[in-house]
Ligand binder design. Structure first.
Ligand code: KIV
Length: 287
């Protein structure tokens, strides 16, 4: 199987995404937070790049996503958008950016679109419907996010698998239906049992994108740094690492440091040369 960079793709649009979904193609989404991660994700041929508010804990050193502001999201979105990814670009509405008023929500989400995003994602079920309606009225496509919603870390009492109790599972099915009816184009299902995610995927007609939600979703999303093993320490159960990025990059950087200290770097290959006449003039010059 070849994993060559994908050349000359056209930009993925919402209708294209739905065509792939209806054709039974599994959708692939990963996060990107800057031009480097966006270039790698895009060259790998993922379908959707999400500028996630996970930037807070993955890149900015916060304990959770709650301190992530619109200013931070805009900064990272702009960096990703500048590389003009061919993948569909979705931006995550951070905590408090869609809770205060419809006007505030529209300004924040509209600002994402003006910066190059094609859609926004927001966490939460039916109680978010007024904001979702307003966004869709303003031509802003919305991806929902149900289950383990990291912005609810306090009421959830930590990052725990959701929907294990009957009432919660049925509530999630209801939320999924209501978000679909409202017009969400897709739903992220995070941290829920595989059977529940399978049921949601069966009863709705928009793609479900799972993370820690088993194999029956219409697509999968993992955080870029998790797939590539870029964070120190172990990974949660739902992650599969396809590289040991942290360790491989640490070893590479340590080799460079060793070469610098031993005088092995740089050598002639990494140095610029003077024209012979100038070099001679330099050697003959005396103060
Ligand atoms: O912020 C994020 O990275 C996300 C994905 C994990 C879905 O919301």
């Amino acid at each position: 199987m070849s994993h060559q960079p994908v050349e000359s793709r056209v930009r993925t649009t919402l209708p294209q995404l739905h065509t792939w979904y209806r054709a039974g193609r599994k959708l692939v989404m990963t996060t990107a937070y800057d031009a480097v991660t966006a270039r790698i994700a895009d060259a790998a041929g993922v379908d959707i790049v999400l500028v996630g508010d996970s930037v807070g804990n993955v890149c900015l050193g916060f304990e959770n996503t709650l301190p992530v502001s619109m200013a931070m999201m805009n900064h990272h979105l702009e960096a990703v958008a500048r590389i003009r990814p061919t993948a569909m670009l979705v931006a995550d509405l951070p905590y408090l950016s869609f809770h205060l008023s419809v006007e505030d929500t529209l300004r924040n989400a509209g600002g994402f679109l003006q910066r190059g995003a094609q859609a926004v994602k927001l966490e939460g079920g039916a109680k978010r419907l007024p904001m979702i309606h307003a966004l869709l009225d303003a031509e802003i496509p919305v991806m929902g996010h149900l289950g383990l919603t990291p912005q609810s870390v306090n009421p959830m009492g930590g990052y725990k698998v959701q929907g294990k109790q009957k009432a919660d599972a049925l509530g999630l099915l209801e939320d999924a239906q209501r978000l679909q009816e409202a017009g969400c184009f897709s739903l992220v299902l995070e941290g829920i049992p595989a059977d529940l995610a399978a049921k949601v995927t069966e009863i709705i007609e928009i793609p479900t994108i799972g993370i820690g939600a088993g194999p029956h979703c219409s697509g999968q999303v993992l955080v870029f740094h998790d797939v590539l093993g870029l964070l120190p320490g172990g990974s949660p159960k739902f992650v599969r690492r396809y590289a040991e990025g942290f360790e491989d990059l640490r070893v590479a950087l340590a080799s460079w440091a060793e070469d610098v200290r031993s005088g092995g770097f740089p050598d002639g290959r990494e140095s610029y040369t003077l024209p012979e006449a100038v070099r001679l003039a330099l050697t003959q010059w005396r103060p």
